[in-house]
Design a protein around this ligand. Structure first.
Ligand code: ATP
Ligand code: MN
Length: 465
């Protein structure tokens, strides 16, 4: 057979009459006694190529093996299609069955539930929906790297295994090489880690921020983009135990610069999707969420609303007074639930919202303290359908204020001398935020559950594949 052409490239081609070869998986086969129409997909695009096979030209055994899911190599002539729905097709001359498909192929039937798809996540990648989602996921990763590269940020790799347990962003997964059934203990019966791999307790990171601050206060502007782990038992459509996070951190940025960055960055990513993923977005808009494209354009075209947490609470309290049924109570000092965030975005402002200046009690110790003594310079970006998509802040740059807060909260700062050194050796104002990559993908694809925008999700009780 001649050299293979990817279907995405083939469908751009109108050089009819030429010999071509495609390889891919059979989506459907239909036809009559004399002619078969085989739709093949190779993952390069959501579109299939139609292969026309005159049955008399082929061994009946081969034709029999061409069922949904089988893998084929086809050589033939590229011709202009007579049928509706495609402009080119391949008149087959040679067909090789690279792999037959067993009858229990789980993606046989259309219209299976997402729950069923998750149980078969190893094969769901071959469906239209998941193909679209994961091509878009790739493009979003490219957009993120391009954005930061174009804006002078350095891609900075922070460790995945960490000995700091002070972040407080979530419950951590412990990392050990010890036999858990025969742990060394000290005289008080406490676990002695001196003979463990690192000689002390270590975990998987919940955020690269603290190390990111070291990067920013040396290189000026950095971003991380890597796996993040939280053992919180949150069985929600917006939480994973293993997710990917993007964390820019910038020296000399205050919270306003930080908000500008967040807004510009997200808009760039959304525009990138519209510019580069048109076919996949059109499919998702048709099959998954009919308001998807409208929502993406809407976010691009409107400024995000910026207001303080305190103003946000006033709006929510008013909504409660007017009878809006929230599940969780609203009061100054409460941590906003997703329903509150979505009310502000979807019902009140009908626009993405950036809330700032949260009560210090519900935010991390490193956030810059406001003069009011009650709030910190935090910012959360809230999105329609999602709720919180970004969490960030201006950081406390003052050593004494930072230490006071650490003592108040009794944060275990053992082994954190290196972080505090940023405030001792040439401290500077700086800011940053964390964007959950899968929450961005949720927004951009219109999918409803975060388990459906990462190839192999990890959630409480689920670590298959
Ligand atoms: P939430 O309140 O939604 O649980 P958080 O405030 O704990 O999030 P941050 O510590 O601010 O989250 O993390 C920064 C960003 O990382 C969040 O804005 C969100 O986009 C994402 N994120 C946080 N936790 C998860 C998770 N378990 N799964 C997927 N994404 C997450
Ligand atoms: Mn947050």
């Amino acid at each position: 057979m001649i050299k293979r052409t990817k279907i995405a490239d083939l469908l751009q081609c109108t050089d009819y009459g030429q010999k071509v070869c495609v390889k891919g998986w059979v989506r459907t086969r239909r036809g009559s006694k004399s002619v078969n129409f085989i739709a093949i997909n190779d993952g390069s695009t959501i579109k299939n190529v139609q292969v026309v096979a005159d049955t008399e030209k082929f061994d009946p055994e081969i034709l029999k093996a061409i069922g949904t899911g089988a893998c084929l190599a086809v050589e033939g002539t590229l011709v202009e299609s007579q049928g509706a729905g495609q402009s080119q097709e391949i008149q087959a001359e040679e067909i090789q069955v690279l792999g037959t498909c067993a009858p229990d192929y789980p993606m046989q039937k259309k219209g299976q539930s997402f729950e069923y798809m998750r149980r078969n996540a190893h094969m769901r990648l071959r469906t239209n929906t998941f193909g679209a989602v994961f091509r878009i996921r790739h493009h979003m990763a490219m957009a993120i790297h391009r954005y930061f590269h174009e804006h002078g940020f350095y891609y900075f790799h922070t460790p995945i295994i960490t000995a700091s347990d002070c972040e407080g962003a979530g419950q951590m997964f412990q990392v050990t090489t010890k036999n858990l059934y025969e742990l060394k203990r000290d005289s008080q019966g406490k676990i002695d880690y001196t003979d463990d791999f690192f000689g002390k307790p270590t975990s998987l990171t919940v955020s690269g921020q603290l190390e990111g601050e070291l990067g920013a206060t040396a290189l000026g502007a950095i971003y991380t983009f890597g796996p993040t782990f939280r053992a919180e038992n949150s069985n929600t459509p917006r939480h994973l135990a293993e997710f990917w996070m993007i964390e820019p951190e910038v020296a000399f940025y205050d919270i306003n610069d930080n908000m500008d960055l967040a807004e510009d960055f997200i808009k760039y990513c959304v525009k990138w999707a519209l510019d580069n993923c048109a076919d996949d977005l059109a499919f998702l808009n048709k099959m998954i969420d009919p308001s998807l494209l409208e929502r993406l354009h809407f976010v691009l075209e409107h400024d995000f609303v910026r207001l303080t947490y305190t103003q946000g609470i006033e709006i929510l309290e008013k909504a409660v007074a007017e009878g809006h049924p929230f599940e969780f109570p609203v009061y100054w000092g409460c941590d906003l639930a997703s329903e509150h965030e979505r009310y502000l975005v979807e019902q009140h402002f009908k626009r993405p919202v950036i809330l700032t200046d949260y009560p210090k009690e519900i935010k991390a110790f490193y956030m810059k303290q406001n003069d009011d003594g009650r709030t910190v310079r935090a910012m959360d970006v809230l999105f329609p359908q999602i709720g919180e998509i970004i969490g960030g802040s201006e950081r406390e740059a003052d050593y004494d204020k930072l230490m006071t807060r650490i003592r108040e909260l009794e944060i275990p700062m053992k082994d954190m001398w290196w972080y505090l050194d940023t405030r001792r050796f040439g401290t500077c104002p700086h800011s940053g935020f964390g964007l959950g990559f899968e929450r961005l993908i949720l927004f951009v694809t219109g999918m409803q559950n975060i388990r459906d925008v990462i190839p192999f999700p990890r959630t409480p009780g689920v670590a298959d594949f």
